[in-house]
Write a protein that binds this ligand. Sequence first.
Ligand code: PFF
Length: 433
Amino acid sequence: MKRREQFTSRLAVVFAMAGSAIGLGNIWRFPYLVGQNGGAAFIFVYIIAVALLAIPVFLAECVIGRRGGSGTFGAMRKLAPGSKYRWAGLVTVVTPVVLLSFYSVVGGWSVDYLMKACMLRFTKDTTGVFDGLLSSAWESIFMHTTFMIGTAIVILLGVKKGIERFTKVTMPLLFILILVIVIFGLTLPGAGKGVEYLIKPDFTKITPSVIAAATGQAFFSMSLGVGTILTYASYVSKEENLMVSAWGTAVSDLLFALLAGFAIMPAVFAAGIEPGQGPGLIFDTLPYIFSQMSPWVGAMVSILFFLSVLVAALTSSISLLEVGVAYLVEEKGISRTKATIGLAALVWAIGVACSLSGGVFNFLDHLCSDWLMPFGGVLFAMFVGWKMSKADVRDELTNGGTRNIRIFNVAYFLIRYIAPIGVLGIFVTNLLR
Ligand code: PFF
C-alpha cells in the first residue's frame, strides 16, 4: 500500500485545516446570524459553543482520522470493524452535497461582486446593489455555475496544492483587508451603535433558538461533522500535537468571524440597514462601505477583498467536494473523473433550486448547520468517547503520553459526555421550535 502523504510542518496542518474552516461561513454567515440573533448575546453563546462542543468534536475527528489513517468510512471500519458507526461515512457524501449547493450560490455572488468591483461599480454611492435572491435569479444561477465549475476543475486537475499555495498570500491579505474595513467602518458616522451591538450582550436575548443557531454556526464554521477535518487528520504525522492543531484552527477561525462582524455591523448601523435581514446582509453592506471610501481606495480594497473572499470560499468548497469524491472513489470504486462530475452536477442542480427560491436556500442552509453537521459531529464524538478504547484515544491526544497529560481528561470528558449531550439537546430544541 502506498504510504499516505503527510503534512510537512505544524504550520502546514493548521493552514490546511484553517483553509477549510475559514470561508464564507466566517465572512458571510457569521455576520448575518449575529444580526438575526441579537448581536453580542449570540457572540457570547457562540464562543461557548466553540469551546464546549466544536473543539471536542474537532479533536474527535482528528483522533479517528489520524488513528484510522483514511477517510471517514475507511477509518471507522479499521478502528471498529463491523460496527454500525461506519454508516456515519454516509454523512460524508450527503452533507457536502447539500452544503455545497447553497455555498456555491454564495460563492457565485462573490464572483459577481468581484466583477462588479472590477467595473468600479462600488465607487459611487451604491445602496441596494444586492438584488436579492429572486430578482436576479438568472445572474445568480450563472455565477453559481461558474463557481461550481471552478471547484470541479480544481479537483479534476488535482491542482488543490496550487490553490493552497495561493492561500498563503490571500489569507493574510484577507485578514489585512478586513482590518482595513474594520478601521474604516469605525469612522463612519453612527458606527458606535454597531460596536455597542457587538460588545454589549443583552442576556435576555439568549433563547433556545439562539443557542441552537450558535451551535450550528460553530459546526459550520469549523467544518465539522462532514469528515473534512477527519480526512485532513489522516495526513497528519504522529509527532504532531493534535490539541495545538485544534486550538490553532479554532482561534484563527474565531478571529476571522469576529473581525467580519466588526467590519460589517458598524456600517450596517451607519447606513441604516436592517441587521436581521438574513443572507444578503454583507452583500448589501459592503458596497456601501466601499462607496464611502475615496474612489481609488474603494476600488482597490473592493477588488482585492472579493478576490481573497473568493479564494477563501474556494479552499472551503474544494475541501467539501473532495471528501465526497474520495468516498466514492475509495469505497465505491468509481473513477475520480466520474465521481467529481457526478457529484458536481448533483450539487449544481440543487444549487439552481437555491438560486430560484429563497425558501429552498434557507431550508438547506439550516438543514446543514442545525441537523446534518451536528449529527455527524455527535457520531464522531460518540465513536471516540464510547467505541474506541480510552487508551487509544489517550495515545493519540497525548502523543503516547508525552504531552497534554492534564488537559487530556478534560478533553475526554467533553468528547464523551458534553458534546453528545449538548448536541442532542440542540436537536430537541430544534424539534420544539
Ligand atoms: N467552514 C467553511 C466556512 O466557514 O466557510 C464551510 C465548510 C467547509 C463546512 C468544509 C464544512 C466543510 F467540510
